[in-house]
Design a protein around this ligand. Structure first.
Ligand code: SF4
Length: 246
């Protein structure tokens, strides 16, 4: 598939997360991101020269019946774009998985590669953009194109989903229209992102209420400067676990 409309056509045909994840890994709808993810996978970083980089879109990670989702930004060039698993193989992931393990959602505090034994309980990790962007900055049109994948993922999670933790303002802005497209009613004007923000989307005839919780993104910039500390992220995750009744 190679254009935005084809993303929507393809996701509409996916009736399970397995099918969706497999289809996603073949997506080539954003030419700039396809070129970047493949160039990074070819050139590599010296420390990882022995790795065979994934170099493709990175699917969500976690059980299909998750009551909770964590939405970040996009795969890192030498993290998930190398390992092929969301948030795996970089400092941001180390921070996040330490927090997830602390609250009982991850079987171990580290996430180094596919096959490292890590399992998630009740939570699925995903992103509004599934390919590594240059400078960690997707364009608006790339984010809009990739939104089709996130909407489809949320739709397939909807029977059990009760809480979404959003890491950072970009994810927050991208999530709301994705939830609209997946069938939730989202507020207007848009709620403002902040660390600790809490918004409840009301229950509908066929949906339970959905809680959205905001956290600063565990990027190196935020964690190294102390803007986001481990207790701050653990606190948000503990609230999410309670709301999701995990
Ligand atoms: Fe496809 Fe999303 Fe990657 Fe664009 S960013 S190529 S829509 S998977």
């Amino acid at each position: 598939m190679g254009d935005p409309a084809s993303v929507l056509r393809h996701t509409a045909r996916c009736s399970s997360l397995d099918t969706l994840d497999r289809a996603l890994t073949g997506c080539r709808a954003c030419p700039r991101l396809v070129a970047w993810r493949e160039e990074v996978a070819s050139v590599k970083r010296a420390a990882f020269r022995d790795w065979v980089y994934w170099g493709r879109p990175v699917a969500g990670f976690g059980p299909a019946d998750a009551a909770m989702a964590v939405v970040g930004l996009a795969p890192a060039a030498h993290g998930a774009n190398r390992t092929g698993r969301m948030f795996t193989g970089d400092a941001t992931g180390d921070f996040l998985f330490t927090a997830l393990h602390t609250v009982g959602l991850a079987s171990q505090p580290t996430s180094t590669h596919v096959g490292d034994g890590l399992e998630l309980r009740g939570v699925r990790l995903t992103a509004p953009v599934h390919c590594a962007p240059p400078g960690n900055t997707p364009t608006a049109s790339e984010a809009e194109t990739c939104r089709g994948w996130l909407s489809a993922e949320l739709r397939l999670l909807s029977p059990r989903l009760r809480v979404v933790v959003v890491l950072g303002g970009f994810g927050w802005r991208m999530l709301l229209p994705a939830l609209d497209a997946a069938g939730w009613r989202t507020p207007r004007p848009r709620p403002v992102f902040g660390h600790g923000a809490h918004v409840v989307l009301p229950a509908t005839a066929d949906r339970e209420a959905l809680h959205l919780l905001g956290s600063y993104h565990p990027s190196r910039r935020n964690t190294f400067t102390g803007r986001l500390t481990l207790p701050m992220l653990v606190d948000v995750l503990r609230r999410a676990v309670a709301l999701a009744e995990l």
